[in-house]
Design a protein around this ligand. Structure first.
Ligand code: SAM
Length: 321
């Protein structure tokens, strides 16, 4: 893979184009290539990926590291038009390995990304088995307030096998989060940070922190440190799309009552929705460690999955809080 030619330093480019970080867009840039190289190597971005989608490339230093790692086919989606000229230069320098799309990753049709990447999946409507197409890697240092909604959207799409998740590729995701959010996403059962997000992400993916980033490497310096978290879809996931959607509701219901016990939460639910009355006895009958005196953070991902499956099978609607 040809190396990138010498390019102006990103910090200088920003000066030349007179671009300043917009705090309302959550823009905190990384100007240290050692850091972006480390993110890319910890994420295992490789020339064998059929596609790397970078979300929010900004001035493009992480993009350079991705290209330097030998990625063959990169599509970067950037919302802020001010960066398009510098990114377009990078497209030329990369001999077209990089394509730029100007848009909002939360809204852009994934077919636009696949078209830009020149990938024609077998069929976008009838998904083929995961892995046939190879590996797709979605990666991004995004504003903290965009990374979480984007992850939730992607988890749902993964459960539905839609968009990039429905083309028969194995799709890994690597995103930067506020350190505290990273702790929640990776939190084990019974720990302080365990929450709704932990179970949602871990039910569908193996989740781990691959790199810790101190706040001082960003410009401007944000108030908190960050961590890069990677999500690899679990091959042993048994939840279908409807069950995952129910899981989202179950988790919302349980974790808005995180100080209550499981017994209390299920008894309250049974009073509001009588059809859920047999749920607690059914769970206790599984012989697993369902202790009524435990709290929401003490249930495993699998136990929440069973609750969602039980409710979904009976087509019961549960309240959101
Ligand atoms: N990746 C660059 C870096 O590491 O220096 C920039 C990081 S900055 C925290 C986030 C970037 O994401 C900005 O360039 C911002 O304009 C872009 N962005 C914000 N929301 C976006 C969205 N919904 N879709 C695409 N890009 C977005």
């Amino acid at each position: 893979m040809p190396a990138l030619p010498r390019l102006p330093v990103v910090r200088e480019l920003i000066k030349i184009y007179g671009i300043s970080a917009k705090s309302e867009l959550g823009q905190n840039f990384i100007f240290d290539k050692n850091i972006t190289d480390k993110i890319v190597s910890s994420a295992f971005i490789s020339p064998t990926d059929v596609l790397v989608v970078e979300v929010g490339p900004g001035p493009g230093l992480l993009t350079r590291s991705i290209l330097d790692a030998g990625a063959r086919n990169v599509v970067a989606v950037e919302k802020d038009a001010r960066f398009i000229p510098t990114l377009t230069q990078l497209t030329e320098a990369s001999e077209d390995r990089l394509k730029i799309l100007h848009g909002n990753m939360l809204k852009i049709p994934h077919t636009d990304i696949l078209n830009a990447a020149n990938i024609s999946p077998p069929s976008l409507t009838s998904p083929s088995p995961q892995g046939n197409l190879g590996d797709i890697h979605i990666v991004g240092n995004l504003p903290f307030n965009v990374a979480s909604p984007l992850l939730l959207q992607f988890l749902r799409m993964l459960s539905q096998r839609k968009g990039l998740f429905g083309v028969g590729a194995r799709v890994r995701m690597t995103f930067m989060f506020q350190k505290e959010v990273g702790k929640t996403l990776t939190a084990n059962i019974g720990t302080e940070h365990r929450g709704r997000f932990s179970v949602m992400a871990q039910s569908l993916c193996d989740v781990r922190t691959i790199y810790e980033v101190p706040s001082k490497v960003f410009f401007p310096v944000p108030k908190v440190d960050a961590s890069v978290v990677q999500f690899v879809p679990r091959m042993d996931n048994t939840l279908d799309a409807a069950e995952y959607e129910m899981l989202e509701n179950v988790l919302r219901y349980f974790f808005t009552k995180r100080r209550k016990t499981i017994g209390n939460i299920l008894n309250r639910l049974a009073k509001r929705v009588p059809a859920t009355g047999p749920l607690l006895p059914a769970l206790l009958a599984t012989g697993q460690a369902y202790h009524q005196a435990q709290r929401p953070e003490n249930l495993t991902n699998e136990q929440y999955g069973e609750i969602a499956r039980w409710i979904r099978k009976r087509e019961i609607e549960i309240p959101l809080s």
